[in-house]
Write a protein that binds this ligand. Structure first.
Ligand code: MET
Ligand SMILES: [Zn+2]
Ligand SMILES: [Zn+2]
Length: 343
């Protein structure tokens, strides 16, 4: 349903645009604004709302819809609340106004990465609840800070907290990427980020170019860095700003009950899935590293990949279709019967 008349705009789209207007842009995100918005959603939906401060000023907000069998591990829907900076001069519209053009494209920082997904989760739960559904498994929605700068004050700490253990997550959905074709991409693993800061003191010299050697083992790469710094002489050091060493893969074979539920629900909705390894890094790496299967999925087909780009935008019809898709996915995932490993 494309709505050109603002008065007839779908309420889920209106809510999405309201959330986009909260300026949670790095490096100084308005996290307070996002939390207030989420608390109001919890109130409207009749969901409990927990706030866990992992570092002063860095709060994880958790909205919970209890299942009929609370002894079963839960479904966790994760999204981050922060967004990356903008170069306003390259935008056709203010990136924090959530301008909608006459065709239905919503321009905003976070429209793909990943405020769309946050609102789709909330709206799918709202719809399922209002239709009177109940599912065996509890559904938690976590809204986390700090993802765009590495997650060190967000998910990385949260997975180590007792409050995270208490959620008893059995399966997690997190962010993916748009796909320009008719298909939807789903991510079952990701690259391990290694961010290196090299400090060279002394007389200024010429910068070295990074040599790309994809065949290199990670350990070999670290030794190479050490050698380069040694060869460069006294006073040259390097430090990892980010070094992830525990990559994991979430199973994507039909014998896995979570994959069977996820892919089965997609098939029932006639969606074509393309499983891939995420080309960057998301908070899913912390979740997989503590042994919980996670899939990265942002339901945006027929959409150019514009995360972190100028003029990031999403069509309202694609956004609304995403709400439908999550209603199907949540119904299936929250109904997965007790697994052998859970009994
Ligand atoms: C290594 S932290 C990842 C930050 C962000 N998700 C990116 O891929 O750019
Ligand atoms: Zn993201
Ligand atoms: Zn991002």
């Amino acid at each position: 349903m494309t709505t050109k008349d603002p008065e007839s705009e779908h309420p889920s789209v209106t809510l999405f645009r309201q959330y986009l207007r909260i300026c949670t842009v790095q490096p100084n995100p308005d996290y307070g604004g996002a939390i207030t918005f989420l608390e109001e959603r919890a109130r409207q939906l009749g969901l409990s709302c927990q706030k866990i401060e992992v570092v002063p000023g860095f709060v994880i907000t958790v909205l919970t819809w209890p299942g009929t069998n609370p002894s079963l591990p839960s479904i966790l829907l994760n999204s981050h609340t922060d967004v990356v900076p903008v170069f306003k001069e390259h935008w056709h519209h203010d990136p924090f106004e959530a301008f909608k053009d006459s065709e239905g494209y919503i321009y905003a920082r976070g429209s793909q990465d990943m405020k769309s997904v946050s609102i789709q989760y909330l709206e799918a739960v709202r719809r399922l609840k209002s239709e009177g559904h109940r599912f065996p498994r509890t559904i938690h929605m976590t809204f986390v800070p700090d993802e765009e700068v590495g997650g060190h004050k967000g998910m990385e700490l949260f997975v180590k907290r007792p409050e995270f253990q208490a959620l008893r997550a059995g399966f997690v959905l997190d962010e993916g990427l748009a796909n320009p074709t008719d298909a939807f991409t789903v991510f079952y693993s990701e690259r391990s980020p290694w961010w290196v800061q090299v400090t060279s003191t002394g007389k200024p010299g010429h910068a070295s170019r990074f040599i790309e050697d994809t065949a290199a083992e990670k350990l070999a790469f670290e030794k190479q860095l050490q050698r380069w710094c040694q060869e460069a002489g006294e006073g040259v050091t390097f430090e990892f700003a980010q070094k992830f060493t525990e990559p994991r893969m979430t199973p994507t074979d039909d014998s896995d009950p979570w994959w069977a539920a996820f892919s089965g629900a997609c098939k029932a909705m006639n969606l074509t899935l393309e499983p891939e390894i995420f080309p960057a890094a998301t908070d899913s790496r912390f979740i997989r590293a503590v042994g919980i299967p996670a899939l990265g999925f942002s339901p945006m087909n027929r959409t150019p990949v514009l995360l972190h780009d100028h003029n990031e935008r999403l069509h309202e019809d694609i956004f609304l279709r995403g709400v439908d898709i999550y209603t199907g996915l949540l119904s299936a995932l929250a109904s997965v019967p007790t697994l052998p490993s859970e009994s």
